[in-house]
Design a binder for this molecule. Structure first.
Ligand code: HEM
Length: 500
């Protein structure tokens, strides 16, 4: 006997079948057109990534995008398709063509707006500002704080924290301690002091301030939440669901920043810091508005602290896992300086090997390797010698570029000598290493970052003999990158120099 169903149940079944058939037809049609008839069809890459945005979104959300893209480059070559509308490059010419102003074009490629949510205040700081003119205007106010003279003037402020770091490490001698945390506290204290006129006392109290914790959490969530904009209307649903919690967190963050910026702007001080120049002009026509200063203060602190502490932790780890290089750097530093008081921004520049160690750490561990997408103009443009169709999101995969055997000899080994003219490495493409990006929107704080990195690493190595603890032996392999690295503890046994 046949199965008897009431008429409306049969209709419902047919409707569901129709929906399923339509969905499958849509998937097949979209896949075929993206694979064979799309302007990016000729670019190699995994097929699933060419037909769907999901794989890229997934790896972005779990902090593995830099690594997986590097692997795609290894398999498929220097220009690869990593999403239906996206191409990734790992060749040196791509840096200037994507992030700079090459001679073939007189405008910058705009940032991919579907990467991160816009600030809730509705006011853009320079990092999110889409208009090039407004970006340049804001950048000019802060650029003055990073000139050589300004940094020389700021050095005494920073020195207090360098000294306190060394004191804290002396107090932890003989024990295993988390050097990653100490580096984080030091640069965070410096950034807050230079932005707000006072630190949050992290090194003094030996604790991570809750604001730093919430910044680290925000940086972790930003790529995943931003990605939802590529899956409209998922972004709207997410905003709706997360609104009460996100509003509260955002409000707390904003109040924290606004209060401190207000206090700093009301304080008249001859002290040179990040706010000095904004303060001079903020109540004048053409000066920065209060909210614009606030929107720039937070990135100056986060951008100014997390990547620098990441790089310091990575450089220390790489030295400890390459004992002959550590021994060489230690010998050079201890021969060059009789006391660590002699180590400052001028004297440290004499140590070429220290610069080579840091450059090599930047190569193996670019602290902000998450793809910084830019969009090609509607008429398309040339990148790294190839014509790229319009409205394509393009980026350089710095992690993959640095570790590619097409760019470097012995690419995964830590060899500072490649930065010092050693003949074996004469064909290395060193310009592919651009941890601070290039062009009009590159890192504004790179001079300050170099100063901190050189002095802190030199003073730590000069003062202490370090030994990597067993539990941190695979520290680098365990990293995840969101905007910057989510780093685990870097446990190190510290001893005063030369005490065996
Ligand atoms: C090792 C340390 C650092 C690394 C690797 C780094 C990396 C970068 C990168 C890749 C960008 C470009 C982002 C984009 O295209 O959206 C950037 C922008 C920026 N960085 Fe850094 N940074 C470091 C340290 C610092 C420091 C110490 C400061 C200041 C205290 C700073 C302030 C900024 C600012 C304000 C921008 C935005 C510039 C603009 O939009 O014009 N950074 N940084």
């Amino acid at each position: 006997m046949g199965l008897l169903l009431p008429i409306d149940a049969v209709d419902r079944l047919k409707f569901l079948q129709l929906c399923a058939i339509s969905f499958v037809t849509y998937l097949v049609y979209t896949s075929i057109s993206r694979l064979y008839f799309h302007p990016l069809s000729k670019y190699p890459g995994p097929r699933l990534w060419a037909v769907s945005k999901l794989p890229d979104a997934y790896y972005r959300a779990i902090g593995r995008q830099a690594f997986i893209n590097a692997e795609i480059h290894r398999q498929y070559g220097p220009i690869v398709r990593t999403s239906p509308e996206e191409l990734s490059f790992n060749v040196e010419e791509a840096w200037n063509d994507i992030y700079g102003k090459p001679s073939t074009r007189n405008t910058q490629l705009p940032k991919d707006e579907l990467q991160f949510f816009r600030p809730v205040s509705g006011t853009n700081g320079m990092i999110q500002e889409p208009s090039d003119e407004e970006h340049q205007r804001q950048r000019r106010f802060f650029a003055q704080c990073f000139s050589e003279k300004a940094l020389r003037d700021q050095e005494p402020i920073m020195k207090q924290y360098f000294d306190l770091l060394i004191q804290r490490l002396h107090e932890h001698c003989g024990q295993a301690t988390d050097l990653n945390m100490w580096y984080s506290l030091t640069v965070f204290d410096i950034s807050c002091d230079l932005a707000f006129g006072e630190s949050l006392g992290c090194l003094k109290n030996q604790v991570i301030h809750p604001w730093l914790k919430s910044i680290q959490m925000m940086m972790k969530l930003l790529p995943a939440t931003g990605m939802t904009m590529k899956f409209y209307p998922l972004d709207k649903i997410l905003l709706l669901l997360a609104t009460p919690y996100a509003r509260q967190a955002e409000l707390k963050h904003r109040m924290f920043v606004e209060e401190r910026v207000k206090q700093r702007l009301e304080t008249q001080t001859p002290r040179p810091d990040f706010m000095s120049y904004a303060q001079e002009t903020y109540k004048t026509p053409g000066g920065l508005k209060f909210l614009q200063i606030c929107e720039n203060a937070a990135p100056l602190i986060t951008g100014g602290s997390e990547p620098s502490s990441s790089l310091l932790a990575a450089a220390t780890y790489l030295l400890l896992t390459n004992p002959s290089i550590l021994a060489k750097l230690t010998a050079i530093l201890r021969a060059a300086f009789k006391s660590d008081k002699e180590i400052n921004s001028v004297t440290v520049n004499k140590i070429d090997y220290l610069l080579a160690v840091l450059n090599e750490a930047f190569r193996l561990y670019p602290p902000a390797p998450v793809i910084l997408g830019r969009v090609t103009p509607p008429e398309g443009c040339t990148i790294a010698g190839s014509f790229i169709p319009g409205n394509t999101v393009v980026s350089v995969n710095s992690w993959g570029a640095s570790r590619s055997s097409t760019n470097f000899v012995r690419p995964t080994e830590f060899i500072p000598e490649r930065w010092m003219g050693a003949p074996e490495f004469k064909d290395d493409k060193r310009k592919v290493v651009q941890p601070f990006s290039v062009g009009p929107r590159n890192c504004l704080g790179q001079n300050l970052a170099w100063l901190e990195l050189k002095i802190i690493l030199a003073r730590v190595i000069w003062n202490f003999d370090l030994e990597l603890c067993e539990e941190s032996c695979r520290w680098m392999e365990r990293q995840k990158f969101y905007i910057v690295a989510e780093r685990s503890e870097l446990m190190i046994r510290v001893k005063p120099a030369g005490l065996d």
